[in-house]
Design a protein around this ligand. Structure first.
Ligand code: MV4
Length: 449
């Protein structure tokens, strides 16, 4: 791959380490950037070079485009991997790197823009043959809201077009609730995103969140790597993800996967992407597409054996995908537990020093974490400190292994979400794979026994 010889990793924490590992395997030099709060982070220690790009607040460091471009110029990095979050879905950042002749390891700025606007994303998905949630075509204005709601049928959901992550969503259960729902959604959207445009959809009451992993080469070739079930979440933060979904059979998987891969071929999509669906009563409904690597990508890697960051780097450099669709084999079952430095019941952040750290091991076990004994978790960033990924030949084997592995994992000095997983692994609904997007919040609302 001649076009990329040094990658600057514009991120921190476990994902910076994850990307660094892929670069090392490909013989590509690495540059870590870090804020003053992250000088002792693992990705900084392991990188070939590192550059301090600013003070702790993200906007002054990990979100500071000029500092990152300057760090590329200083170190001679010819590509940037943005990880997830921060600048990963920032079209302006992709444009600026392009203007500097630096490769953005991700999709084109145009594709980021299309998917960043939820109305355009949905229109594009629909035109490409992806099933979408029934709803308004385009923006909903206060004047036409009631009429559109009647057409869709109640209950309806009002969503911000600049949104995502659930902010600014409002349900209207009947005609009387429409006016207020639209006006509240519009003011919340204006406050959160500086854009008050909203749209309307049929509200699905008890769906699962199922997402399809895709990778395209930008020239009309694309593959899907099956689905992930991310229904177990709290306040739009995923907690536990699995691949395959306990709710799908092989035919459903290949059908929705092929629909997404085909759409990406038509779009000439480049890079890794995730097509998000709500799934209810056997039907898929597109809600959004993420144009980046996702936190939970390792469960897909576990069941396919394909390194998604390798593929991202390959397609960014013009080397193309390493596999064709018919070469992809789905093997067994994988579960990811997100380990956050948080209280396992209230999710209140618990930064501080890790006094003891012992990661589990053995067959089918992967721990992606920049944490180590003596590491002090800074209070400025999100509280994800590691991911535990367990793979087994069947879901039952995967769950049995997870129970063993959770027992082995030791993180002392701070609170973590590990005890929550000890509870979940012994829960009958979880054992049966019988849960939807509301299950975890309902579970947490019950008093702990
Ligand atoms: C929905 C929905 C029900 N019906 N759309 C929340 C985040 C945003 N990305 C999409 N979201 C939802 N959209 C319709 N038409 C319910 C949710 C939703 C949700 C979706 C996925 C995972 C967790 C969720 C939790 C609450 C609500």
């Amino acid at each position: 791959m001649p076009l990329i010889s040094k990658v600057l990793i514009a991120n921190r924490g476990e994902i910076a380490l994850r990307v660094l590992r892929a670069c090392k395997e490909l013989g590509i030099a690495t540059v870590a950037v870090h804020s003053t709060a992250d000088a002792d982070a693992m990705h900084v220690r392991l990188a070939d070079e590192s550059v301090c790009i600013g003070p702790p607040p993200s906007r002054d460091s990990y979100l500071n485009i000029h500092q990152i471009v300057a760090a590329c110029e200083i170190t001679g990095a010819d590509a940037v991997h943005p990880g997830y979050g921060f600048l990963s879905e920032n079209a302006k950042f992709a444009d600026i790197l392009d203007a500097h002749g630096i490769t953005f390891i991700g999709p084109t700025a145009d594709h980021i823009r299309i998917m960043g606007d939820k109305i355009t994303a949905k229109e594009t998905a629909k035109a490409l043959g992806i099933p979408v949630v029934p709803g308004s075509t385009g923006e909903v204005r206060p004047e036409n809201a009631l009429e559109i709601a009647r057409e869709i049928g109640f209950p309806v959901l009002i969503k911000a077009t600049a949104g995502g992550g659930g902010r600014g969503m409002k349900v209207a259960r009947n005609e009387d609730e429409v006016e207020e729902a639209v006006s509240t959604a519009r003011s919340e959207a204006a406050a959160a995103f500086g854009n008050d445009a909203v749209y309307m959809e049929k509200y699905l009451g008890k769906p699962r969140h199922i997402e399809i992993q895709v990778v395209g080469d930008g020239e009309g070739n694309a593959i899907h790597l099956g689905e992930r079930d991310c229904s177990l979440q709290r306040r739009h933060q995923k907690v536990w993800e699995e691949a395959n979904s306990p709710a799908l059979n092989v035919e459903q998987r290949m059908k929705i996967g092929e629909i997404c891969a085909d759409a990406m071929r038509k779009l000439k999509y480049r890079g890794a992407g995730t097509v998000e669906f709500l799934y209810e009563n056997g039907e898929f409904y597109f809600i959004e597409m993420n144009t980046r690597l996702q936190v939970e990508h390792p469960i897909t890697e576990a069941i396919t054996g394909i390194d998604l960051v390798h593929e991202q780097i390959r397609v960014a450099s013009g080397a193309g995908l390493s596999v064709t669709q018919d070469e992809i084999v789905f093997q067994g079952h994988a579960i990811e537990c997100r380990i956050n430095a948080e209280d396992p019941r209230t999710f209140v952040p618990s930064p501080g020093t890790i006094t003891h750290f012992h990661a589990p091991g053995g067959l089918g076990v992967r721990v992606d974490s920049g944490a180590y004994q003596g590491y002090r978790i800074p209070p400025y960033y999100d509280s994800l400190i590691g991911k535990l990924i367990v793979h087994g030949r069947t879901r039952v084997e995967c769950m049995m292994r997870l129970r063993r592995v959770l027992d082995e994992f030791v993180i002392d000095g701070i609170k973590t979400t590990l005890p929550l997983f000890q509870d979940l692994i012994n829960n009958q609904d979880i054992a049966n794979g019988d849960y939807d997007i509301h299950w975890l919040e309902n579970y947490l609302a019950q008093p702990a026994e």
